[in-house]
Design a protein around this ligand. Structure first.
Ligand code: F6R
Length: 361
């Protein structure tokens, strides 16, 4: 259908993907498995509140953990902190467990939170491949889960999320623990079976390639709800960083109270938007959210907008498998979009430039 299709031509694809992100994407199920083992030996203290501090590709592991554990009946407050300071803790600092997640170990916001937590007397755990965070944690006798280095942080989701989840199992009830262990094993199996579909099938059979094509030269606006909320953020960030393209995300039902009015905009630019609705299977969505998605689609299409609806593949049953397979699909979509854009998915020059300029003072 597309002559000389870069998506279906491995040698042309690898000429663009010079840093070989493809291998890392294919390795995701393996990273999850390896990461799980790394979280086994950490001892966590008793706690009443959980803070996960991180930025970008590291923080998203915290978002996924939060979405997942909340649905699994974990009732302790759990927040993801993106910034330089922890929220007020009152007199509960000693019962607030703080995870510092930084793949590189050198992200200044996460380092500031780590130090802030130390000053306030919070128990801490670091997850990192090294850098300043590993150094400080060793000096201050804070447990460190050391994960393999040398990857772009956003491709290390498996190594960031799995040990985080595994290390928290002792804080859960036995029945919850067993259910999570089972789901985790099933999820790795599901991702292993999806990997060749996304990596190897030609465009006609490959949902990731087809969706990338639909987003080429467009501005993706990605909507999620409940479990698909952090996935919408992940898709957006992956499209930004891998495809070097603007993308935005929002969440139902909140967007029906503000964002929705922007759909009225009459401008040739509005034709560039493609709305991606990230759905869970109907049996899992609140009935009103199902209705809201249906009406969202109708309102957009009545205004001539393009809408793509994306669901986890049929074979994904458990919550974790649905969460991670839909996120994995987005990783591949952003990868193929990078190929269509003719850009190496790996370098993120502007992120580095920002960090350098900040360091210059
Ligand atoms: C780069 C990426 C970024 C980083 C972020 C924080 O691949 O995804 O969003 O994750 O700049 O850096 P780390 O993860 O090293 O703390």
């Amino acid at each position: 259908m597309h002559a000389n299709n870069v998506l279906d031509d491995p040698s042309r694809a690898l000429a663009i993907d010079r840093s070989r992100m493809r291998d890392l994407l294919e390795g995701f199920p393996h990273h999850l498995e390896g990461g799980w083992g790394l979280g086994e030996d950490v001892e966590i203290p008793p706690f009443e509140r959980l803070l996960i501090c991180g930025m970008g590709g590291s923080a998203i592991g915290g978002d996924f953990l939060r979405a997942y554990l909340q649905q699994k009946g974990f009732h302790k407050p759990l927040e993801v902190v993106r910034g330089y300071r922890l929220p007020p803790l009152g007199d509960a600092a000693e019962r607030t467990l703080v995870y510092a997640l930084s793949y590189s170990g050198n992200t200044e916001e996460t380092l500031a939170c780590f130090e802030d937590a130390g000053r306030r007397g919070c128990p801490r755990i670091a997850i990192t491949s090294g850098g300043r965070l590993a150094q400080l944690a060793h000096q201050q006798k804070v447990p460190v889960i050391e994960i393999p280095g040398g990857m772009p942080p956003r491709t290390a989701l498996g190594y960031l999320l799995a040990p985080l989840l595994r290390s928290l199992l002792p804080a859960l009830r036995r029945s919850q623990r067993e259910a999570i262990e089972r789901e985790f094993a099933e999820t790795v199996g599901t991702l292993r079976s999806l990997s060749p579909l996304y990596a190897e099938e030609p465009e006609a059979e490959n949902p990731a390639k087809r969706q990338a094509r639909a987003l080429f030269q467009k501005i993706p606006i990605i909507y999620g709800s409940a479990i698909t909320e952090p996935i919408a953020r992940r898709w957006k960030c992956q499209i930004n960083e891998n495809a070097k393209q603007p993308a935005y995300w929002d969440v139902l039902p909140e967007l029906h109270h503000n964002e929705i009015v922007g759909w009225e905009w009459e401008s040739p630019l509005a034709e560039r938007f493609v709305y991606v609705l990230l759905r869970d299977p109907e049996t899992e969505e609140h009935p009103q959210i199902q209705r809201r998605f249906r009406i969202t689609r109708a309102l957009l299409e009545e205004r001539g907008r393009t809408v793509l609806e994306v669901r986890p593949p049929d074979e994904t049953q458990g919550l974790l498998a649905r969460l991670l397979s839909l996120s994995y699909l987005g990783d591949w979509v952003s990868y193929y979009l990078a190929l269509l854009n003719g850009v190496d998915p790996t370098p993120v020059e502007l992120i580095e430039a920002m960090k350098r300029r900040l360091a210059e003072g």
